[in-house]
Design a protein. Sequence first.
Length: 262
Amino acid sequence: MAFEHILYDTDQSVAAITLNRPDVLNSFNRAMASEVRQALSQAGSDAGVRAVLITGAGRAFCAGQDLAEAMPKDGPAPDLGDIVARGYNPIVRTIRQLDKPVVCAVNGVAAGAGANLAFACDFVLAASDASFIQSFSKIGLVPDTGGTFFLPRLIGMARATALMMLADKVTAQDAVTIGLILRVVDGPNLLDEATTLARQLAARPTRGLGLIKRALNASATNGLDEQLALEAQLQAEAGSTADYREGVKAFLEKRAPVFVGR
Protein backbone atom coordinates (compact mmCIF):
# COMPACT_ATOMS: atom_id res chain seq x y z
CA MET A 1 0.00 0.00 0.00
CA ALA A 2 1.38 3.40 -1.00
CA PHE A 3 1.21 6.26 1.50
CA GLU A 4 1.53 10.01 0.97
CA HIS A 5 2.05 11.39 4.48
CA ILE A 6 3.92 8.55 6.22
CA LEU A 7 6.70 6.13 5.38
CA TYR A 8 6.14 2.40 5.96
CA ASP A 9 8.86 -0.21 5.85
CA THR A 10 9.36 -3.71 7.19
CA ASP A 11 12.72 -5.25 8.04
CA GLN A 12 13.70 -8.13 10.31
CA SER A 13 10.10 -8.57 11.51
CA VAL A 14 9.77 -4.89 12.49
CA ALA A 15 7.30 -2.53 10.79
CA ALA A 16 8.59 1.05 10.89
CA ILE A 17 6.04 3.86 10.59
CA THR A 18 7.52 7.34 10.08
CA LEU A 19 5.33 10.43 10.28
CA ASN A 20 6.42 12.29 7.17
CA ARG A 21 5.18 15.88 7.08
CA PRO A 22 8.42 17.50 8.28
CA ASP A 23 7.56 20.91 6.79
CA VAL A 24 4.76 21.24 9.40
CA LEU A 25 6.59 19.34 12.17
CA ASN A 26 4.62 16.18 11.31
CA SER A 27 1.38 17.72 12.54
CA PHE A 28 -1.72 15.63 11.89
CA ASN A 29 -4.29 16.25 9.22
CA ARG A 30 -7.11 13.84 8.48
CA ALA A 31 -5.18 12.16 5.69
CA MET A 32 -2.12 11.40 7.83
CA ALA A 33 -4.27 10.13 10.69
CA SER A 34 -6.00 7.75 8.29
CA GLU A 35 -2.67 6.52 6.92
CA VAL A 36 -1.24 5.89 10.40
CA ARG A 37 -4.31 3.83 11.29
CA GLN A 38 -4.06 1.88 8.04
CA ALA A 39 -0.35 1.22 8.58
CA LEU A 40 -0.95 -0.03 12.11
CA SER A 41 -3.72 -2.32 10.87
CA GLN A 42 -1.45 -3.59 8.11
CA ALA A 43 1.29 -4.34 10.64
CA GLY A 44 -1.22 -6.09 12.86
CA SER A 45 -2.47 -8.39 10.12
CA ASP A 46 0.99 -9.21 8.73
CA ALA A 47 2.20 -12.44 10.34
CA GLY A 48 5.75 -11.52 9.39
CA VAL A 49 5.62 -8.39 11.56
CA ARG A 50 6.29 -9.03 15.24
CA ALA A 51 6.96 -5.49 16.50
CA VAL A 52 6.17 -1.93 15.39
CA LEU A 53 8.33 1.20 15.55
CA ILE A 54 6.86 4.72 15.26
CA THR A 55 8.99 7.83 14.76
CA GLY A 56 8.97 11.17 12.94
CA ALA A 57 10.87 12.62 10.00
CA GLY A 58 12.93 15.78 10.39
CA ARG A 59 13.42 17.76 13.58
CA ALA A 60 10.10 17.00 15.29
CA PHE A 61 8.21 13.90 16.28
CA CYS A 62 4.73 15.41 15.98
CA ALA A 63 3.39 18.89 16.75
CA GLY A 64 -0.17 17.64 17.21
CA GLN A 65 -3.13 18.77 15.14
CA ASP A 66 -2.49 20.80 11.99
CA LEU A 67 -4.28 24.03 12.88
CA ALA A 68 -4.52 24.98 9.22
CA GLU A 69 -7.05 22.17 8.92
CA ALA A 70 -8.72 22.75 12.29
CA MET A 71 -9.07 26.54 11.77
CA PRO A 72 -9.19 27.19 8.02
CA LYS A 73 -9.01 30.78 6.79
CA ASP A 74 -11.89 30.19 4.41
CA GLY A 75 -15.03 28.21 5.04
CA PRO A 76 -16.53 26.80 8.24
CA ALA A 77 -14.33 25.26 10.91
CA PRO A 78 -14.65 21.49 11.23
CA ASP A 79 -16.10 19.78 14.28
CA LEU A 80 -13.08 19.10 16.51
CA GLY A 81 -14.93 16.25 18.20
CA ASP A 82 -15.33 14.60 14.82
CA ILE A 83 -11.60 15.00 14.11
CA VAL A 84 -10.82 13.30 17.44
CA ALA A 85 -13.41 10.54 17.06
CA ARG A 86 -12.54 9.67 13.46
CA GLY A 87 -8.83 10.48 13.46
CA TYR A 88 -7.07 10.03 16.78
CA ASN A 89 -9.29 7.61 18.68
CA PRO A 90 -8.95 4.78 16.12
CA ILE A 91 -5.16 5.15 16.21
CA VAL A 92 -5.02 4.83 20.01
CA ARG A 93 -7.41 1.87 20.00
CA THR A 94 -5.39 0.12 17.32
CA ILE A 95 -2.11 0.61 19.20
CA ARG A 96 -3.55 -0.75 22.42
CA GLN A 97 -5.40 -3.65 20.75
CA LEU A 98 -2.39 -4.64 18.65
CA ASP A 99 -1.12 -7.96 19.99
CA LYS A 100 2.44 -6.88 19.16
CA PRO A 101 4.74 -4.48 21.03
CA VAL A 102 4.88 -0.89 19.80
CA VAL A 103 8.06 1.15 20.30
CA CYS A 104 7.97 4.93 19.89
CA ALA A 105 11.15 6.90 19.09
CA VAL A 106 10.49 10.57 19.88
CA ASN A 107 13.08 12.44 17.84
CA GLY A 108 12.03 16.00 18.71
CA VAL A 109 9.09 17.98 20.07
CA ALA A 110 5.97 15.94 20.83
CA ALA A 111 3.08 18.32 21.43
CA GLY A 112 -0.61 17.78 22.02
CA ALA A 113 -1.87 14.74 20.16
CA GLY A 114 1.75 13.97 19.22
CA ALA A 115 2.73 13.60 22.87
CA ASN A 116 -0.28 11.47 23.70
CA LEU A 117 0.29 9.26 20.67
CA ALA A 118 3.70 8.46 22.15
CA PHE A 119 2.27 7.73 25.59
CA ALA A 120 -0.18 5.23 24.09
CA CYS A 121 2.75 3.07 22.92
CA ASP A 122 4.31 0.25 24.92
CA PHE A 123 7.86 1.65 24.99
CA VAL A 124 8.90 5.29 24.54
CA LEU A 125 12.49 6.32 23.87
CA ALA A 126 13.32 10.00 23.33
CA ALA A 127 16.25 11.97 22.00
CA SER A 128 18.05 14.01 24.62
CA ASP A 129 16.79 17.25 23.05
CA ALA A 130 13.20 16.05 22.67
CA SER A 131 10.37 17.51 24.73
CA PHE A 132 6.73 16.85 25.55
CA ILE A 133 3.95 19.36 26.07
CA GLN A 134 0.21 19.15 26.71
CA SER A 135 -0.45 22.26 24.66
CA PHE A 136 -4.26 21.97 24.59
CA SER A 137 -5.08 24.38 27.43
CA LYS A 138 -3.08 27.15 25.75
CA ILE A 139 -5.85 27.43 23.18
CA GLY A 140 -8.77 26.46 25.42
CA LEU A 141 -8.97 22.79 24.46
CA VAL A 142 -9.08 19.47 26.32
CA PRO A 143 -6.32 16.84 26.01
CA ASP A 144 -7.27 14.10 23.58
CA THR A 145 -5.66 11.06 21.92
CA GLY A 146 -5.96 9.23 25.24
CA GLY A 147 -4.05 11.82 27.25
CA THR A 148 -6.59 12.03 30.07
CA PHE A 149 -6.47 8.22 30.33
CA PHE A 150 -2.74 7.51 30.07
CA LEU A 151 -1.15 10.42 31.93
CA PRO A 152 -2.83 9.87 35.34
CA ARG A 153 -1.90 6.19 35.12
CA LEU A 154 1.69 6.93 34.17
CA ILE A 155 2.50 9.77 36.60
CA GLY A 156 -0.44 10.16 38.98
CA MET A 157 -3.35 12.60 39.11
CA ALA A 158 -1.48 15.57 40.60
CA ARG A 159 1.27 15.67 37.99
CA ALA A 160 -1.13 14.88 35.15
CA THR A 161 -3.41 17.75 36.20
CA ALA A 162 -0.49 20.16 36.35
CA LEU A 163 0.85 19.16 32.94
CA MET A 164 -2.59 19.47 31.34
CA MET A 165 -3.68 22.74 32.95
CA LEU A 166 -0.35 24.59 33.06
CA ALA A 167 0.92 23.21 29.73
CA ASP A 168 4.55 23.31 30.86
CA LYS A 169 7.15 21.76 28.58
CA VAL A 170 8.72 18.55 29.91
CA THR A 171 12.26 17.72 28.86
CA ALA A 172 13.14 14.19 27.84
CA GLN A 173 15.20 13.69 31.00
CA ASP A 174 12.41 14.98 33.24
CA ALA A 175 10.00 12.67 31.39
CA VAL A 176 12.17 9.70 32.42
CA THR A 177 12.44 10.96 36.00
CA ILE A 178 8.67 11.19 36.51
CA GLY A 179 7.94 7.94 34.70
CA LEU A 180 6.43 9.23 31.46
CA ILE A 181 8.90 7.44 29.19
CA LEU A 182 11.41 4.61 29.38
CA ARG A 183 14.75 6.03 28.24
CA VAL A 184 16.66 9.04 26.91
CA VAL A 185 19.12 8.47 24.06
CA ASP A 186 21.61 10.81 22.39
CA GLY A 187 19.86 12.13 19.30
CA PRO A 188 22.15 10.59 16.67
CA ASN A 189 21.72 7.16 18.28
CA LEU A 190 17.96 7.29 18.85
CA LEU A 191 16.74 5.46 15.77
CA ASP A 192 19.43 2.78 16.02
CA GLU A 193 18.64 2.12 19.68
CA ALA A 194 14.89 2.11 19.12
CA THR A 195 15.30 -0.24 16.16
CA THR A 196 17.49 -2.54 18.25
CA LEU A 197 14.82 -2.63 20.95
CA ALA A 198 12.08 -3.34 18.39
CA ARG A 199 14.12 -6.16 16.86
CA GLN A 200 14.81 -7.58 20.31
CA LEU A 201 11.06 -7.62 21.00
CA ALA A 202 10.38 -9.11 17.57
CA ALA A 203 12.61 -12.06 18.44
CA ARG A 204 10.67 -12.78 21.62
CA PRO A 205 7.50 -14.91 21.97
CA THR A 206 5.06 -12.62 20.16
CA ARG A 207 1.87 -14.30 21.33
CA GLY A 208 3.04 -14.13 24.93
CA LEU A 209 3.90 -10.43 24.64
CA GLY A 210 0.49 -9.77 23.13
CA LEU A 211 -1.20 -11.54 26.03
CA ILE A 212 0.84 -9.46 28.51
CA LYS A 213 -0.39 -6.34 26.72
CA ARG A 214 -3.98 -7.58 26.91
CA ALA A 215 -3.63 -8.15 30.66
CA LEU A 216 -2.14 -4.70 31.21
CA ASN A 217 -4.94 -3.06 29.23
CA ALA A 218 -7.56 -4.82 31.33
CA SER A 219 -5.84 -3.99 34.62
CA ALA A 220 -6.81 -0.33 34.18
CA THR A 221 -10.47 -1.13 34.85
CA ASN A 222 -10.62 -4.66 36.36
CA GLY A 223 -10.99 -5.40 40.03
CA LEU A 224 -8.62 -7.90 41.65
CA ASP A 225 -10.89 -10.93 41.18
CA GLU A 226 -11.51 -10.07 37.53
CA GLN A 227 -7.81 -9.62 36.91
CA LEU A 228 -6.89 -12.90 38.61
CA ALA A 229 -9.46 -14.72 36.46
CA LEU A 230 -8.10 -13.04 33.35
CA GLU A 231 -4.53 -14.04 34.23
CA ALA A 232 -5.62 -17.67 34.49
CA GLN A 233 -7.39 -17.44 31.13
CA LEU A 234 -4.43 -15.79 29.39
CA GLN A 235 -1.97 -18.21 30.97
CA ALA A 236 -3.95 -21.09 29.48
CA GLU A 237 -3.65 -19.43 26.05
CA ALA A 238 0.07 -18.80 26.52
CA GLY A 239 0.63 -22.39 27.62
CA SER A 240 -0.80 -23.69 24.35
CA THR A 241 1.63 -21.78 22.09
CA ALA A 242 4.56 -23.15 20.13
CA ASP A 243 6.77 -20.49 21.70
CA TYR A 244 6.00 -21.76 25.20
CA ARG A 245 6.97 -25.27 24.17
CA GLU A 246 10.16 -23.95 22.58
CA GLY A 247 10.98 -21.87 25.65
CA VAL A 248 10.69 -24.85 27.98
CA LYS A 249 12.61 -27.13 25.60
CA ALA A 250 15.42 -24.59 25.23
CA PHE A 251 15.62 -24.17 29.01
CA LEU A 252 15.92 -27.93 29.55
CA GLU A 253 18.50 -28.20 26.76
CA LYS A 254 20.44 -25.23 28.13
CA ARG A 255 20.38 -23.26 24.87
CA ALA A 256 18.95 -20.00 23.63
CA PRO A 257 15.33 -20.34 22.47
CA VAL A 258 14.31 -19.63 18.90
CA PHE A 259 10.82 -18.20 19.02
CA VAL A 260 8.61 -18.11 15.93
CA GLY A 261 5.80 -15.88 17.17
CA ARG A 262 3.16 -18.61 17.37
